[in-house]
Design a binder for this molecule. Structure first.
Ligand code: LLP
Length: 418
């Protein structure tokens, strides 16, 4: 369910025609619906109401301060993977005791920052990282609450780039290694072992891999209890998919039913790390048609958003639905929707049936709320797009469009070149 719908032939975000935003703010721009964000977070969180749990929204999916702030107001925690994400989360008012920190390459600077903020838990991904965190906690006179991220080796049947819990992936420690590492961690004076963590992948469209991972985690929790290590937090990472095209992912309540049963008798607070399922369908990328052209082989629609604004189609071959912001009964053409970047891999859609469009008209690239702006770059020296949050009949710019000045602000020309 989302709040991007046609009324009298015009695409609205909540009560605002998206064309008005294009005219006010320019294109390309990301537009998010406040009501949709709220609804998605609440539905997910409520699905687990019967369990002691903490929903830690995954900042990497969409890290805009206003969006984090909205989730903070709804009682969210966050899952972070860098010092930068921690900084954003704290700026947005997310309480430290609701922050979990994953990632295979935490630097000393990042570890020190997270220790000084006294976050809920580090999800540790290797034996060397355990030592590093233990040493820094001792040096700073702190205790680090930790979980080990175990690799449950289950196949989530998603895109290989976003599969994270198989043996060939770089994440976590193997199940075999885990008990040994836990007993070592338990002997470290500056470390408090509080959790078990896993993450199996993103855009999952079936609940079974979650259930399989959970079964393996339960076995581990039981083995740890036998050696006197009592786990308080079970962090079940793995992202529910959304509908981009024809996927039929489980609803959060279906997911909840499947796992609640597996959690019976376990006295832990369960942590979830959803990103895409909360924000994915709550945002669109609005773009303007610049030109159209026909070659003997292809029909191109050239728009003002490129792979630097939304890289998912180029990087993963991902499908994003593209629709006109004014409904039309013009005949359709089979087109490639491409951006201005100087690479043939710069496309938003290929071989797509679209109603004919003219230069100056606007297109909405749907389901762009997750991993859209956060993966944007300045490639081809293109300023990053503006971001707009719509609430009811008001549109708020929550990130201004970058300028050409912004592009060179951090650069310095050394004396010898002046
Ligand atoms: N927690 C951890 C440790 C993760 O690695 C991820 C995603 C999440 C949570 C959030 O997963 P979600 O609920 O969004 O599925 N750029 C890719 C997605 C990469 C996801 C990587 N990890 C894309 O555009 O599809």
């Amino acid at each position: 369910m989302h709040h991007f719908q046609y009324r009298d032939g015009r695409l609205y975000c909540e009560d605002v025609p998206v064309e008005h935003i294009a005219q006010e703010v320019g294109t390309p721009c990301y537009i998010y619906s406040h009501a949709t964000l709220r609804h998605h977070f609440t539905v997910f969180d409520q699905a687990f109401a019967q369990l002691p749990h903490l929903t830690c929204y995954s900042v990497k999916a969409n890290s805009n301060l206003s969006i984090l702030r909205l989730f903070a107001s709804l009682g969210a925690g966050v899952d972070i993977v860098s010092g930068g994400e921690l900084f954003r989360a704290r700026q947005a008012g997310i309480a430290s005791e609701r922050i979990v920190y994953s990632g295979v390459g935490k630097t000393q600077e990042e570890i020190d920052y997270a220790l000084s903020e006294d976050i809920l838990m580090f999800n540790i991904e290797s034996s060397q990282e355990l030592d590093a965190i233990s040493q820094r906690a001792a040096a700073l006179g702190r205790r680090a609450r930790i979980a080990l991220r175990v690799n449950p080796d289950v196949d989530p049947k998603t895109h290989p780039y976003i599969t994270t819990g198989m043996e060939k992936n770089k994440f976590g420690v193997t199940m075999d290694e885990a008990v040994e590492s836990y007993s070592r961690a338990a002997r470290l004076p500056s470390v408090d072992v509080v959790g078990v963590d896993c993450h199996i992948g993103s855009q999952l469209t079936d609940v079974q891999p979650f259930v399989d991972a959970l079964k393996r985690l339960r076995t581990l929790v039981a083995r740890l209890a036998e050696i006197g290590i009592h786990i308080r937090f079970l962090d079940l990472g793995g992202g529910l998919g959304i509908t981009y095209d024809r996927e039929t992912p489980p609803h959060p309540t279906e997911y909840a039913q499947a796992i609640v049963h597996e959690l019976e008798g376990l006295h832990c607070t369960v942590i979830f790390e959803p990103g895409r399922v909360i924000v994915g369908n709550a945002g669109i990328l609005l773009t303007k048609v610049l030109y159209t052209k026909k070659t003997p082989k292809k029909h191109f629609v050239i728009v003002d958003a490129g792979m630097n604004d939304l890289i998912r189609p180029s990087l993963y071959g991902s499908y994003h639905h593209i629709q006109s912001v004014v409904s039309t009964d013009r005949p359709t053409d089979t087109v490639d929707v491409v951006g201005p970047i100087c690479e043939s891999g710069d496309f938003l859609a290929r071989e797509r049936a679209l109603p004919q469009v003219e230069p100056g008209e606007y297109l909405a690239v749907m389901s762009a709320g997750a991993y859209g702006f956060t993966m944007a770059s300045n490639y081809n020296s293109r300023p990053k797009a503006a971001e707009v949050l719509v609430r009811g009949d008001a549109a708020h710019v929550i990130r201004v469009r970058e300028t050409w000045e912004d592009l060179v602000r951090a650069e310095r020309i050394p004396e010898f070149l002046r």
